[in-house]
Design a binder for this molecule. Sequence first.
Ligand SMILES: C[S@@+](CC[C@H](N)C(=O)[O-])C[C@H]1O[C@@H](n2cnc3c(N)ncnc32)[C@H](O)[C@@H]1O
Length: 308
Amino acid sequence: MSQPVDSCSSHLPVMVEEVIRYLNIQPGQTIVDGTLGGGGHSRALAHLVGNRGRVIGLDRDPSAIARAEQQLTGLPVLVAQASYCELPEILNEIKCQGVDGVLLDLGFSSDQLGDPDRGFSFSSDGPLDLRFDSTSGKPAWQLINQLSENHIADLIYEFGEERFSRRIARRIVAQRKSQPLHTARELAELVRSCVPRSKKSTIDAATRTFQALRIFVNDELGRLDKALRILPQCLLPGGTLAIISFHSLEDRKVKRAFREHAQLEIVTKKPVVPTTAERETNPRSRSAKLRVARRNVDDNKSVQSRTL
Ligand SMILES: C[S@@+](CC[C@H](N)C(=O)[O-])C[C@H]1O[C@@H](n2cnc3c(N)ncnc32)[C@H](O)[C@@H]1O
């Protein structure tokens, strides 16, 4: 049974001023917020585009959509439960030829972290689910009780860059023979028992394994790859693509795609990071990196100049 949604979001949007500045929002524009979350960015964008413009807000998570629908009433925001990869189909449906800007703020929200039934928090006694859209795919607890030891080790290594991935996978497989893992807390404790304490690191030893499982369960990198290929075509010439990432696997992909996509020009040579003040008030923002690119005003000219 689905839980009632708390209509107030606890998520603080990251680098709002920087996003607004780089998207250069004007009244009347159409802007896509591909990762609606708690609706913080959408709210700010909606005020700037005004009633002659609109924000198209997408999220895979049905509870984020339900919350946004309540919170953004009265603002020019069109909300839909969808992946940002489905933007071309959505634009087709609403007969929109192209948009002035697209924002992706990757990863998960504080609302998802705070929901004990989702398994995003290490201390949660709820099921280790980790899906953004819990109506599709399999929850993480089912996968770690089914996949082979090698598969688990490889995915923790690849998506978490965890040096102790083999040890963790061995322990998961040994543990599940007597008692299958079910909760986030159980997995976090198992991982901590496999990873030596580091004096240098301040992050929880379970962080990399949870990140890996979340990326795997939601096919986050596959969807990001697809988005980086198709989103430039959804922009009007001169339109802007702004992407906030939270770890190096995502940031590397964004950096590379912006460099290589024939329709894009890089706006931010180096990633933009939050101010010291923002990092202090919102610790979650610490690892955020914003990269911005613009669709060429004249695609043909730019494709030619790149091939010379
Ligand atoms: C960091 S939060 C966004 C927070 C939002 N910018 C705000 O101001 O509250 C990321 C959101 O992206 C959503 N998400 C992740 N992958 C997605 C995808 N492929 N398509 C659409 N939404 C996605 C998650 O469900 C989550 O709600």
